[in-house]
Design a binder for this molecule. Structure first.
Ligand SMILES: Cc1cc2nc3c(=O)[nH]c(=O)nc-3n(C[C@H](O)[C@H](O)[C@H](O)COP(=O)(O)O)c2cc1C
Length: 136
């Protein structure tokens, strides 16, 4: 996982599958992601997916539009998109203790996992990951 500001756009060509994700701000993804796509080379071969958290629920069609359009215009193939609510305390929402408190929740994480499993099956990807203590 990398911050979009840390990557050289040309280096992204060495990856087969790239996920683009952030919170949603003013109806779109974080500007660093959008700026990165602007700098990425035109390329039809790479597979991508989009994810986000947002104050609004079930609106990813609209909230992902800007990033989706940019990626498609550059010729990238979008394999899937995932969105779930994220705790939102922006402006007036703070006055009511924030929106979507406790989200993402257990259920959201299960859905995110199912989304990732589905991508994994499509792509036959093996993720090697050890989260146990290095002492054991
Ligand atoms: C400045 C700002 C603008 C936001 N604009 C939107 C928006 O337009 N639509 C929406 O659904 N949520 C909006 N949100 C809520 C965030 O998308 C949500 O809280 C998200 O989970 C934040 O992710 P983060 O904690 O990684 O920043 C906004 C939040 C902030 C702070």
């Amino acid at each position: 996982m990398k911050n979009p500001t840390e990557v050289n756009p040309a280096d992204l060509l060495s990856y087969k599958l790239i996920g683009f994700g952030s919170g949603i701000y003013f109806g779109k993804h974080h500007r660093t992601l959008l700026q990165l796509v602007d700098k990425m080379p035109q390329n039809g071969n790479q597979q991508v997916f989009i994810f986000s958290t947002s104050g609004q629920e079930g609106k990813s069609e609209r909230l992902h539009k800007k990033l989706r359009k940019k990626l498609q215009t550059k010729g990238y193939n979008i394999l899937g998109e995932f969105n779930c609510p994220g705790y939102d305390t922006y402006l007036f929402t703070k006055l009511v203790g924030g929106l979507q408190k406790g989200r993402p929740n257990e259920q959201d994480l299960k859905k995110a996992q199912a989304f990732a499993e589905n991508l994994k099956q499509t792509y036959n990807i093996l993720l090697l990951c050890d989260t146990s203590s290095p002492q054991k």
